[in-house]
Ligand binder design. Structure first.
Ligand code: BEZ
Length: 261
């Protein structure tokens, strides 16, 4: 079984804070497991498993689950919390498996992988014919009400839009369906929908969200300007996303069940 020492790469994530304050990410996608329909004995890979919460739920079906993620601290926490499940470090854009899988599952992870064609190609190669790829990710217009003031404030802080990071890919339903079909999948189900997502932390919820998820931006922002960027995002998004008590992120989900031909 894996432990922290098995994941030597530096970590970009604060896994414990993610588990404590962002558990809504896994909780809101539990019904995605109904799309997966795991069966006892099936070999299922959870791609971008994070702290392993959904890997553990899938394993309750009797399926043999392996969780993979790129992040060392997420994997270390997953291994501690779910000692009966195998976890390993891997890049979804270049998966390697010992034997063909029955299914690949993924929640809120694919949009962090820049080469989406490579992801779909590597998942196709990992599946047996008839195997399922079931995933949910951010879709087109995801977090638009956060990104617009974030990009504007970063420019104001001295980082022009052209030099700002592009940490996420949020495809439209048509783009993702074409990508899947091009790699030999049949798209059996697809849904594209808004999921307003309340952040923990009351008035400080947007600040906490930015601290957890927008590190690519804070990393290139002059340190003495980051506070100004956070406040500008709060000001720019308040009318749309603050309900008087908490921040509610404008998440847009793209969910699919695709079968390898
Ligand atoms: C998402 O799950 O849609 C998401 C979370 C953090 C940053 C970007 C997107």
């Amino acid at each position: 079984m894996s432990d922290a020492a098995s994941f030597p790469h530096p970590s970009a994530w604060d896994a414990q804070t993610y588990a404590d304050d962002f558990s809504f990410v896994a909780a809101s996608a539990r019904d995605l497991i109904e799309w997966l329909g795991p069966q006892s004995g099936e070999k299922i890979l959870d791609l971008g498993c994070g702290t392993g919460a959904l890997s553990a739920t899938i394993a309750e079906s009797g399926a043999v689950v392996e969780g993979v993620d790129q992040d060392a601290s997420m994997l270390a926490l997953a291994a501690r919390e779910h000692p009966g499940i195998a976890f390993r470090q891997a890049d979804g854009q270049a998966l390697r498996v010992d034997a063909p899988l029955d299914a690949v599952f993924s929640n809120a992870a694919l949009h962090w992988m820049p080469d989406q064609d490579a992801v779909v190609r590597s998942v196709a190669a990992a599946l047996r014919p008839g195997g399922r790829f079931v995933a949910e990710m951010g879709g087109k217009r995801n977090i638009a009400a956060i990104l617009a003031p974030l990009r504007a404030a970063m420019a104001e802080a001295g980082v022009p839009v052209a030099q700002q990071p592009q940490p996420w890919v949020f495809p439209s339903p048509a783009e993702q369906a074409s990508r899947l079909e091009a790699q030999g999948f049949e798209v059996r189900r697809l849904a594209y929908f808004d999921r307003p997502s309340p952040f923990e932390g009351g008035m400080d919820g947007m600040r906490g969200w930015l601290q957890m998820f927008a590190r690519a931006f804070s990393a290139v922002c002059p340190a003495d300007r980051w506070e100004q960027v956070v406040r500008a995002v709060e000001d720019g998004a308040r009318d749309q996303l603050f309900d008087g008590e908490r921040w509610v992120g404008d998440y847009v989900r793209l969910r699919f069940l695709a079968q390898r031909v």
